[in-house]
Design a protein. Sequence first.
Lengths: 772, 445
Amino acid sequence: MTANRLAESLLALSQQEELVDLPKDYLLSGSEDEGDNDGEREHQKLLEAISSLDGKNRRKLAERSEASLKVSEFNVSSEGSGEKLVLADLLEPVKTSSSLATVKKQLNRVKSKKTVELPLNKEEIERIHREVAFNKTAKVLSKWDPVVLKNRQAEQLVFPLEKEEPAIAPIEHVLSGWKARTPLEQEIFNLLHKNKQPVADPLLTPVEKASLQAMSLEEAKMRRAELQRARALQSYYEAKARREKKIKSKKYHKVVKKGKAKKALKEFEQLRKVNPAAALEELEKIEKARMMERMSLKHQNSGKWAKSKAIMAKYDLEARQAMQEQLAKNKELTQKLQVASESEEEEGGTEEKVEELLVPDVVNEVQMNADGPNPWMLRSCTSDTKEAATQEDPEQLPEPEAHEVSESEGEDRPVAEEEILLREFEERRSLRKRSELSQDAEPAGSQETKDSSSQEVLSELRVLSQKLKENDQSRKQKASSEGTIPQVQREEPATEEEEPLLLQRPERVQTLEELEELGKEECFQNKELPRPVLEGQQSERTPNNRPDAPKEKKKKEQMIDLQNLLTTQSPSVKSLAVPTIEELEDEEERNQRQMIKEAFAGDDVIRDFLKEKREAVEASKPKDVDLTLPGWGEWGGVGLKPSAKKRRRFLIKAPEGPPRKDKNLPNVIINEKRNIHTAAHQVRVLPYPFTHHWQFERTIQTPIGSTWNTQRAFQKLTTPKVVTKPGHIINPIKAEDVGYRSSSRSDLSVIQRNPKRITTRHKKQLKKSSVD
Amino acid sequence: MKVKMLSWNPDNYVRETKLDLQRVPRNYDPTLHPFEVPREHVRALNATKLERVFAKPFLASLDGHRDGVNCLAKHPKNLATVLSGACNGEVRIWNLTQRNCIRTIQAHEGFVRGICTRFCGNSFFTVGDDKTVKQWKMDGPGYGEEEEPLHTILGKTVYTGIDHHWKEAVFASCGQQVDIWDEQRTNPICSMTWGFDSISSVKFNPVETFLLGSCASDRNIVLYDMRQATPLKKVILDMRTNTICWNPMEAFSFTAANEDYNLYTFDMRALDTPVMVHMDHVSAVLDVDYSPTGKEFVSASFDKSIRIFPVDKSQSREVYHTKRMQHVIRVKWTSNSKYIMCGSDEMNIRLWKANASEKLGVLTSREKAAKDYNQKLKEKFQHYPHIKRIARHRHLPKSIYSQIQEQRIMKEARRRKEVNHIKHSKPGSVPIVSEKKKHIVAVVK
């Protein structure tokens, strides 16, 4: 309403303006007075309109000059007053009457309550609904983010995504809907039924069922375990037997044989007690063996070996003994067993005798040896004991030495230990020899006597070797330069025995190092005559060597210092010159300058650039080709050069290339290496997924073909990104495919359960359409 | 002691059967096989050339319609069956393997505006200019039976599009509003509007099946939630969007085919900026369909060509055209992702290979290995200028070619003007708008 009024007034205003404009342009018409009168009224209106433009006073009540229809019958009019009707105004006339107290109260209560807010308009509501729904949907969709990302980045995707179940129905399902019709089919069915071949679900024959029931799982497991154990044991025994068979030691086999015989005897005894019949059989066997022995010539000293031994027997004790053994064996085997034919009653009484007879000689060989007349065995026994006695000694012997060495520095230990072992071994060997040579050798005496004796026996070679080793040791000690006096003293006993040898050759040959050291000594000190005694020399040299090393170091350090001075002190010298020129400068400033100058003293950019350019020019210049062949037409060999004439003749001078493009540009280096022909084949811009050129280069440089890769790698490198199965329909991705749970409710049911808004809207739609 | 000697174990060199390949022992010492990069480069070059040589994408043309093909639909369970509706109200069912029409139905008077199959593949729905929605059986009528629809729904207004739910007996139609129908009822169970306009197409989301997208002629794309029976959001673009298609592998992304020659791929949660603007067409894009792998999509255009775009690239990787193919109205990617069908103005449906140089039929393992290797080589060396040039080269009809040139000039001029505008105004006063944002007018909540 107000807007309309406003528009009207504005229209009126514009008309007024037109009217105002008119008189200026045209002559006034006759109806001027009327116009004037009208103009006044219009002016009044205009003023009103303008005043009403101001928002506040717009609604000011016009002055009432005549009767109006708008006066209400209640005598209260809010129109145009610009004020709201207040409850108090209404209540004013009621003030006096007390009968209306309840009404007043009620009204007061109403006054305290707030007014209900206006409902939002339809668009607003819908908009809010939409926003809520969108947020909800966005949340639902965001669960797909990881799946989508994974699929986008996947090395390979195989479609269709869902794993198809093979559509082969189980046989029983197929059979249930099928009947035998043809005679052949019926015949086959009959056969099947005869065999009780099951057609229905558990596809097992009665036999199979029975076998299933016969053995429980646990039983089967136990049985299997047993079998496994038995098999393992068998394999162990086999392996053991094979191992034993391979052993070559005669002694071992002898022992084993004896053991076996003993065992056999025991068993036989037992057998005789338990089962005499079996024992008899055994005896029979033994008898048979005797017979075989008698028949054969095996142990009768008639074989080739025996004959050779017989020749040797005169001189060789061993051979004689072996022959004797043979014969004894023969005797043993051919001896007739008395018991065999005797009855059971006699057995008890003759048991001992039988035992004596039964026991083959081999069994109690040792006993026989112990008290028997076999001289060989006796001697060997004594020699054994002797050996044992002597073997103890050498072990005692090296001990002190070992201690010595172990007490000395750790560096020497491995060598020393080796030495000890060697010596020990040699000593033992020599002792054995001695014992063999002289049977009545005296028991091992004191250390010194033994030493002396060993010295006597040891070969020259050994002495030499020992001496060498000793030298080695001493040299090492020198090298370590820790020749302390106690150590030297401790070493004295070990070296004592070699003293004579050393004395014989004082100018012994030393290693190169030592010679060098010696030479140095001569340089730095006055020459000192080398003392004949080794320790003395050692003790002297070690202190001499010590000052030697630091001196050298000092020398080196000096060299370095000089170089440093040459290189680094030049800027400092320069900086020293600065203050002499500008004395008035602040000290701080000066210091700063100095610092900067020192800091950048090294990098002369211009000179660097010039150098770089010079290098580039040099590199781009074509090179001369030298075709001289050394040794052609003259003598050749190491250190010989072909003559200058030859060289001059065979040198092909490179033609001078075109002038460089940057020849006249002192501040520029133009690279002339770039080849436009190759550039056409090169990638100019780094392709998208790569962030650095070397990444791209690397991918290009790794070949993927089967020429450079194994079959497997080739297959892996060339896997296609997307694989589709031919003839398969690829369905859209489903929540189940990626392991999500799809919503159980169907979309349709959700709509139907959400009827409120839809129905209303739908009704509206229907109404609308019906109206149309 | 073991004596080492040369041994020839027949297992290593004797074939089991005559058909086996001879085993060739190889020495992989890299010094024996030098120049690997140049050699592979040459192989890649050859592979690229061969790809162009063998690029023969056109397979067949299905003719029989007596008016322009207005809509296409795939059979959900059968790869060989395709349905098409024409501008004269005729619906045809085709067999692709035999390349013939197996059934013809006079379904509507006037245009067949939309066609869609039921998810089970037993029936299909059509909408036409005669304000009806008809449901048809997929199998033809028995002997002596008449060809008539299972159900017919008479509507009040013209329906311009239809789409079926992916799992349930629900379909959606569009016209003046988007209606959701229960198959059992003759009235929509839910209608959703936002403003008043004619909606040209509606599509169900194949992954989150309660979502719908529609595009209207007042330049907007509206998304709906079927469960909550409410529109969700609206994005207004520069020009009208003809159709949208949801990505079958990514629940939230869809691509819109626009009149301004471009396609826009959106993430529906962030509609203010498209994820990618695909531009290569030189006329209005009329239809778009995703490959079932979700990696690529195909678009049909008024410029008489169809193009294949990778989802994450703004340029197309392939363009198909023939001399006789007119404005392409509908395009579909078959559900084994091997073929593309397009229906065009001049009454034909054409069948193309999705990969132009792919060999059809069963491949031997060696062929497969060679194919994979060549593919990888092409990928590896794709940035090298010569290979790139060969791989990108396509012959185009003169009209398209000249249009491209023209539009390039126009675009360059526009760009130059913009740059000049920025250059000659107060720094910061002219905002620099990215190409992606340029085409979005507003997003309405």
